[in-house]
Design a binder for this molecule. Sequence first.
Ligand code: ADP
Ligand code: MG
Length: 295
Amino acid sequence: MNAVEVEELVKHYGSFALSGLSFTVPKGYITGLIGPNGAGKSTVIKAIMGMVLPEEGRITVLGNAVTGKEGSYKQQIGYISDESIYYEYLSMEQMKRIVAPFYDRWDEALFTKYMELFELPKRKKIKDCSKGMKMKFAIAMALAHHPKLLIMDEPTAGLDPVFRRELLDLLAEYILDENNTILFSTHLTTDLDRVADYVTFLNRGELVFSDSKDEVLERYVIVKGSRELLDPDVRRELVGVRETAVGFEALAKDQERAQALFGANALFERPTLEEIMYYTAKGGNVNASSHPFGS
Ligand code: ADP
Ligand code: MG
């Protein structure tokens, strides 16, 4: 069963295009939506939330067709936006009092538990909160109404490493309930190494893959060898190549094909998600010095 289904989604912003994007978010698991800045992650998430209207395509969330109109199924979604959606001049407590009545399953004790866990002073005005505090507050608000589906747009951006880890632990705890599902976007793939079951990878609005993380990591392979091995035919088989003084390092999409191509002449290593994203986003001949994602 899928918590989210996206079919043939089309959306244009100037020269940017999602042109017929399809993927699913399986119920009961953590799916990471990855891609460099500008890949279209937020646009896809907003379309799932009914906040961006696609030109074409169908989206269902928890079995409901997304139309952009209000629907009671939205009660079951905990949504964390990439920007602060709260009234800056209110305190966290005042903001909560406005939002809480909207949810049938609001759990005041759970909200208080998270506020204490995150050490958030409830009388502090939102405008006086740091970026990390605002993110923590948004997480407390999202979890306090017992959502079945948690959708988070870059929740770890702007968080210190200690809280990033705590958040990932929280997500792991939340997903223990098999009725719960998480979709979160990030350009920091190390977050996914720890917790994601499935990975959907967008690059310039195009789907690169949407698959179980373990399958992806087994299918792709890092190849290392000497530069004499690189002729145009061989290069065509590689997603991206980085040449160094002593040889080359490359990403290949199909490890069996790569083994057949290079045989004993090259070394093969299991890639990280970071390497898959790096070589795919750069493509072709990768310049060793620049890194497209920042840190
Ligand atoms: P990501 O979240 O992966 O960084 P976005 O979905 O935010 O990517 O953006 C994808 C592309 O769409 C970018 O080129 C961005 O400038 C453009 N875009 C996003 N939202 C809008 C908008 N409301 N108006 C115009 N262009 C937009
Ligand atoms: Mg974004």
